[in-house]
Every structure is written in C-alpha cells, then in structure tokens.
Design a binder for this molecule. Sequence first.
Ligand SMILES: [Fe+2]
Ligand SMILES: [Fe+2]
Length: 139
Amino acid sequence: MTNKELIELLNKAIKMELRVCIQYMWQHILWEEKETRKALEKTAITEMKHAEKIAKRVVALGGTPATEPTPVEVGETPDKMIAIDIENEKGAIVFYKKIIETAEKLGDRETANLFKEILSDEKKHLKFFQETLEKLHSK
Ligand SMILES: [Fe+2]
Ligand SMILES: [Fe+2]
C-alpha cells in the first residue's frame, strides 16, 4: 500500500460521507416525528464535518478531495430509510477499520487517529438507527 492508494481510500470515504450527509438531511425533511427528525439533521451535519476533516487530510497528503457522493438512496418509507442507513453505517465501520489498519501500516498516525475518532461517531450512528428501527417496529 502506498500513499497514493491511501489517498484513494480517503476519497472513497469522502464520497460515502457526502452521500449520507445528503441522505440524512433529506430524510430529516421527510420525517414526521420530531425527535428523530432533529436527530437526523444533527447526524447529517456530523457527516459533513467528517467529509471536511477527511478532505483536509487528503490535501495534507498531496491529493485532491473527491466532490461527488456515491449514489444517494433516501428510501420511500421510514422503515426503508432506516434500513438503508443501517447498511451505510455498517459499511462505514468496516471500511474505516480498514483505513485505520492501512494508515497504521504506513506509519501515518494522523490519518489513523482521525479515523478512530470518526469510527466512534459511526458506531453511535449505527446504535441510533438500530434503536430507531426498534421504535418503528414497536408501534
Ligand atoms: Fe461519517
Ligand atoms: Fe455515520
């Protein structure tokens, strides 16, 4: 693994962050119940901050940050929305663990630490979406 390959991984992460940022913000607009609607907005903003921090890291490593999200899927029903979100958070958790491992192998502590911080947010997001799904099913 080279620095250039690490930049490619970071750019893939940026695309994933941009995707969920848009996805959660649009779900927030569609969501009826107040508490979850607020939480979706807050989560969307956190994802944008993730994209910002990763983009700064890409520039520091000499790369150009990606600008396009991976395809956004909002979902037509609350159930479908949350199911998609859970898959995205699970995907991010697996992928970010790989980035941490790669950065550590390259001796890039800053990237590893950044993704450890982001990973802990994604774990909280996954928990929030899993709890939201349980709430939907208990109705
Ligand atoms: Fe994120
Ligand atoms: Fe997340």
